[in-house]
Design a protein around this ligand. Structure first.
Ligand code: C5P
Length: 240
């Protein structure tokens, strides 16, 4: 049997969002972003366990928060969620959660707490693609803006061919041994887990991402997230 765990790095401060609580704990429609993300992962058929990496000084606070929102205990169609101490960087937070996984887990998803509205279908699609044999799978969307590379003087050096570029999201899915080897070999800080896997020469497959899996980074993203949530609630599609 394949057991799948979803790791949620949620130990970041979120400075780009402006002053206030750690980003993962900010409210979206009255519920902390992290709780939205945990519910989406725990509700996916393909996920058996959710492990949240919280700021080291807030582990019990975050565990209590999940409990308060009924997002920790397993139930019918819903996996359990536990909290571990994260690290100083996203990469360290993922590594800490990875090191805490039960031995029988063989597929690992990594999903940013900062992508609270990820559709459950995307979580399942990533998990299914790994189970179907790909060692590493990430969701990606076409790039809408024209992307240029600039020098230190802000002068354009190159305009990239947009048609071959993808904006990569989470959840990213991996065979456990592949992700563990990638983290063990990591020297530099990567902005995502697939980057570490690429660095050890393992193929990473891109499957279609989802617009609603966008990352809440800047204040305007909160406005969009509230609007998406309001639309879902009006349509009656909320994860209870
Ligand atoms: O900063 P960025 O938006 O790339 O963060 C992505 C995710 O990594 C967020 O969910 C954030 O909470 C998490 N993170 C973490 N530990 C850190 C820094 C960021 O878990 N030290």
């Amino acid at each position: 049997v394949t057991r799948t765990a979803a790791i949620v790095p949620a130990a970041g401060r979120g400075d780009r969002l402006g002053p206030g609580a750690p980003k993962a704990l900010r409210d979206l429609g009255g519920v902390p972003m992290l709780v939205h993300a945990v519910r989406a992962l725990a509700t996916a058929r393909g996920v058996d366990l959710v492990v949240v990496a919280a700021p080291a000084d807030s582990v019990s606070e975050v565990q209590a928060l999940l409990s308060e929102h009924g997002a920790d205990e397993p139930s019918v169609g819903r996996a359990a969620a536990v909290v571990v101490a994260g690290g100083a960087t996203r990469q360290a937070s993922v590594a800490a959660a990875l090191g805490s996984l039960p031995e029988d887990v063989d597929v690992v998803l990594v999903h940013d707490a900062a992508r609270p509205l990820v559709p459950v279908e995307l979580v399942d699609a990533i998990a299914a693609a790994v189970r179907a044999g790909s060692p590493a799978v990430v969701p990606g969307l076409p790039v809408n803006d024209t992307i240029k590379r600039v020098g230190l003087d802000q002068e354009v050096e190159e305009t990239l061919d947009r048609s071959v570029l993808r904006a990569i999201q989470t959840p990213q899915g991996f065979r456990r041994e592949v992700l563990a080897a990638a983290h063990a070999a990591a020297t530099d800080e990567a902005t995502d887990d697939a980057g570490l896997v690429e660095a050890i020469g393992v193929a990473v497959l891109v499957i279609p991402g989802a617009a609603e899996a966008f990352k809440v980074t800047r204040p305007l993203d909160l406005v969009l997230a509230e609007a998406v949530l309001a639309r879902r609630r009006a349509a009656g599609v909320v994860l209870l």
